[in-house]
Design a protein around this ligand. Structure first.
Ligand SMILES: Cc1cc2nc3c(=O)[nH]c(=O)nc-3n(C[C@H](O)[C@H](O)[C@H](O)COP(=O)(O)OP(=O)(O)OC[C@H]3O[C@@H](n4cnc5c(N)ncnc54)[C@H](O)[C@@H]3O)c2cc1C
Length: 323
């Protein structure tokens, strides 16, 4: 039994754990995988004070940045553990949250997919977001065999390949820009009638001769044998079904909050984000707090996740002491 249970293994959770532990309460982090989104493609320029490996924070380096993000989370975890935080690797993540009454207080009970149970006086939810799937045939089959949800390795690994980026928002165009230097052919497939993203990224992509936009195109299927061979899409303009031959598909169609296990327990908004009081990080369930990308705080940035984690921890410990 711990004073504070923290759900998640990203920046917000380890930051929360660290700041709670500094207040001399017992803390356990329950994690399903280490690193969270920070272990994916990153521009460390947006993390204040970070100078990068070559000392130049302005250089956007997809080749190095995923390492930097993962390392940052490892560093915060190390700081938390040095302050006495226990970390439990939950099998399949937390699936259920409930409580029981003891001496007029609620004791919170978390349960993972393996049936392991964790108990605490308070909970901080920092379970973040995960990439939104297309939900089409072939997608699950080819995950790790040509389907990915962001730049999980160096863009250079795609030198000479034909690749498709599905989704032309900010994230999609960032991935496309990194790939455009190496790919033989890069198709940006977008269900809407125009690309999003910032103007300068659009302009840089417009200068790349290997980049084509396929707009008004709804992906229906991912095809291949042992490895991805292409995508099938319907043109919303002509109604025709077309096939695009590619060696790799990057799905960049947005992120969903990891909040399924909280439904019915505390308030979530229409997008599934946990609704919090922005001053205290309290959820609608007394004694349960939340921080980072899983919440309805609109800004989804690493530094904000770190700050929100710290803030949630301080408020959570204050609540524990005052109750
Ligand atoms: C491709 C990409 C690029 C980005 N680039 C930048 C950037 O350049 N600069 C920037 O500032 N921000 C960037 N971000 C955003 C930034 O990474 C996030 O805002 C930040 O990492 C959020 O941290 P978090 O701890 O709230 O959530 P997450 O990083 O999502 O961590 C949540 C963790 O909780 C775990 N979890 C989920 N459900 C459960 C459960 N039920 N039980 C236990 N554990 C669970 C998850 O597996 C995950 O490890 C980027 C994000 C992506 C995806």
């Amino acid at each position: 039994m711990y004073d504070v249970l923290v759900v998640g293994s990203g920046i917000a959770s380890f930051s929360a754990a660290m700041f709670a532990a500094k207040k001399k309460v017992t803390v356990q982090v329950i994690a399903d995988a280490t690193g969270g989104q920070a272990a994916r493609q990153w521009d460390m320029y947006s993390y204040p004070g970070y100078l990068g490996k070559d000392g130049d924070p302005r250089t956007k380096r997809a080749e190095q940045s995923s390492y930097d993000g993962a390392q940052l989370v490892q560093n915060i975890r190390k700081q938390a553990e040095e302050l006495g935080v226990a970390v439990a690797e939950a099998e399949g993540g937390i699936q259920k949250i409930s409580f029981r009454q003891e001496h007029n207080h609620e004791i919170f009970i978390l349960e993972d997919a393996g049936g392991n149970v964790y108990e605490g006086n308070t909970v901080i939810i920092a379970s973040g977001k995960k990439p939104r799937k297309l939900g089409v045939p072939g997608e699950d089959e080819f995950i790790g065999k040509g389907v990915s949800y962001g730049m999980e390795e160096s863009a250079q690994a795609f030198e000479g390949k034909s690749v498709a980026v599905v989704g032309a928002g900010n994230a999609g165009l960032d991935v496309a820009l990194a790939l455009s230097k190496y790919a033989k052919k890069l198709s940006i497939v977008e269900v809407g009638d125009r690309a999003g993203g910032d103007k300068s990224t659009q302009e840089k992509l417009a200068q790349s001769k290997n980049v084509v936009y396929i707009l008004n195109a709804a992906v229906q299927k991912i095809i291949g044998n042992e490895w991805v061979g292409g995508v099938e899409y319907i043109s919303k303009t002509t109604g025709e079904t077309n096939q695009l031959e590619v060696d790799q598909v990057f799905v960049t169609t947005g992120m969903n909050p990891n909040s399924d296990f909280l439904r019915g327990f505390c308030e979530v908004n229409q997008s599934g984000e946990v609704v919090i009081n922005p001053r205290t990080n309290a959820t609608s369930h007394v004694g349960v707090f939340a921080a980072g990308d899983v919440t309805d705080i609109p800004e989804k940035e690493a530094i904000i996740a770190a700050g929100e984690g710290a803030k949630a921890a301080l408020q959570c410990v204050k609540w524990l002491v005052d109750r």
